[in-house]
Design a protein around this ligand. Sequence first.
Ligand code: SF4
Length: 389
Amino acid sequence: MTCIPPGGWPQPQSLYVHVPFCRHRCGYCNFSVIAGRDELQDQYLDAVERELKGIDNSSHELPLRTIFLGGGTPTRLSATRLQRLHRAISNAFPIADDAEITAEANPEDISPECLDALQAIGVNRISLGVQSFDAEKLRCLERGHDESIALSAIESAHRRVGNVSIDLIFGAPNESLATWQNDLSIAAASSISHVSTYALTFEKGTSFWSRRSRGDLSETDETLELQMYEAAQQQFSIDGWQQYEISSFARGATRCQHNLAYWAGRGWHAVGPGAARFVDGRREVNHRSTTTYLKRMLAGGNATDETEAITLEQYARELAAFGVRQLDGIDLSTIDNRTSIDLETLLAKTLTKLQSMELVTHENHHLRLTCRGILFADTVATALLSEPE
Ligand code: SF4
């Protein structure tokens, strides 16, 4: 069976750059992060320059439409270093004039100088790791800001770049529904235009994981977590807001173009420790340790740690599983045209079962989550990715 879609693999027009530096590692965080080692920043930039230079872009002449500087904390880099990073990106790729360029930042880092530096490299979307406005919850999450710092960061970033997104976490230890509702209403009253909400998860290797094992921290029960999720849906169903994906809400035309490219399986480049890319049908993940990444790249080697060529059937299933998480749903005949995999036949039993469980609707080739399905989106995605029973 051929492993290339009829129209070829999509040319990636997105780039993710992972900047691993953080002031401190928050107790719940299991990202690829290095805390208190800012002296490695120049080596990191050397390594990223090499990685960007090594990307074979000969058959990919289309310009980047989205760039996402994520982390970690990209704003740990000084203005000069951010300029150097931007130069390395623009030496490696043409960038579309209207490209969406996002930088993640922590609220306490948003100063006039930081905003100058981000604007100077064309950042037009800032994603702030707010997580909460509540003092006790922020203390528990080990965050370095308070409500007033977060609100002033949102306002300053909004005045400069307009498009501000925030991340909010729900289900923190001992958090009540009222605390979460207060977080939501403060967020909705601010000048953000996009919000992503996440349930706190306890990941192996984090200090929260060990503290939970010792009985120091407790997990929020599922019923309360569901109520919290529904509270976010309710809060962001008004005043021009729209939920467009399981965890994402946008006011006006501010859907995150970078994430939309991921979910549409359009392919993306990614550099930096732990960065995951999807290019020409191959998924690759870089080594997640910053020091190993630096050692390998600076020795002239390769940072890739895992690589997998995906089959067309996997690709088609992933397009359906990620596509259906978007509330507009997904057209299965479009997936058939792109991949020549007829999921409606391959997954006939699964689709019938998901419909009988009232988790999806399937009409005229269009698959969409029901209100109930939105609450059980992971079940739907898993079913679409699994072998038919
Ligand atoms: S600031 Fe963000 S990336 Fe850094 S440790 Fe905390 S949660 Fe992780």
